[in-house]
Design a binder for this molecule. Sequence first.
Ligand code: ZN
Length: 515
Amino acid sequence: MRKINIFDTTLRDGEQSAGVNLNLHEKLEIARQLERLGVDIIEAGFPAASKGDFQAVKQIAETIKGCSVTGLSRSVQSDIDAAWEALKGGAEPRLHLFIATSPIHMAHKLRMTPEQVVEAAVSAVKYAKRYFPIVQWSAEDACRSELPFLAEIVAKVIEAGASVINIPDTVGYITPKEYGEIFTFLRNNVQNIEKVSLSAHCHDDLGMAVANSLAAIEHGATQIEGTINGIGERAGNAALEEIAVALYIRKDYYNATTRLNLQEIKRTSNLVSKLTGMVIPANKAVVGKNAFAHESGIHQDGVLKEKTTYEIISPELVGVQSNSMVLGKHSGRHALRNRVEELGYTLAEEEINKLFVRFKELADKKKDITDDDLVALIFEEKFDHFKDFYQLSSIQVQYGTKQIPTAVVVLTDGAGNEIQEAATGSGSVEALYNTLERCFQTDVTLLDYRIESVSGGRDALAQVFVKVRVHEIETSGRGTAQDVLEASAKAYINAVNRVFMIEKMREENQKVTIK
Ligand SMILES: [Zn+2]
């Protein structure tokens, strides 16, 4: 069977999803999970884009040793230099260079002639080869490029030293048949093409990203780029979990395999969904909540008699487990640590200690502590703390059907000062958010508010997700507590803290505009 390399760009293209702003801890956790999942390459970011991007790529490259880490770079020396500084500590440094090759992009965006584009691409690859053992070259908007020109530039960058050639469908325009034909054309018309790896990168604007990626495999691609849950610019990228499972289930047809540990799929999907705040639709293939639910009586009957009557993918294959009670009031620190490790999280001693305190508090109020509860607590301890920003000390909310809802909030700011405010609203949550807005002394627009229970039962933990806009920055936040109002307050503070953190980072370095 042919081996297909999986190139994950959740942390680069995926992080470009509207409203997604991951912090360093979150990026590192996703990178570690991608390593566990068994992806071959992690695209960790765009090092020249900002200091924050640079630092995240550098830390990921230095942490992850089980696969290659790469970063995106325009075809200019300053980008390549920044990428090398960020990536040189990695196990297998590789650079992802790109330049646009379609007439529309060359004329309107780059304002360069085709000859100038070829020259820029070739000299960038040559310059990158001085540092990087592996250089991947991408023809941005390849699918709207003229094929003879695409073949010409690909031949020249191969000659200059590129060893992976990526053919992105940047705008999600191509159909499976046409996409396959581009790969065939290049294989038939480019010298030395057999010496390089061909890569597919598809967007889902017409809902064909996964189908296009699979067509590319049929026509000689040996690398697939995509993201977990298919998140990404606009309608998103190709969903890697769908491609991996399709190759596995239909190996009779594709005769190709990946290195992925499919049992890590569900966990990876959950982690990415929670950290990015991007919800997985219930009917999403492979990882949706309903992907394995059989509703019709005839189907249920069939599955009970013989699973394969209606089930082509078993839930166990992708790591879906029914939620079992694992810990309770009498569980000790040791049991907690073991379970945290089994769930795949790495926590420092100090974090475990704090988690244990929260766990005990929860166990006093809630009989069964499920894995989902534990994960919610881990998230709070590990990712939702912004030590240098606002912290919730206490809330008090008064509500009655014949009263005006009123909230009192006490916060501490990064310097440890206590802030106390009170306000009213037409409902409890509004009163709470009006009060918090006073504490922050800035306008906050609430764009979205969602609440869900972490597990079943009346004593379940509440998890609130919000999306806010502050000073033109859109970001999401989340909060967990046993009470819905406390969870609501935490989510709001979490989102606003993220905005302040982004602003602080922007102050520290002037963000380069990405063209
Ligand atoms: Zn893309």
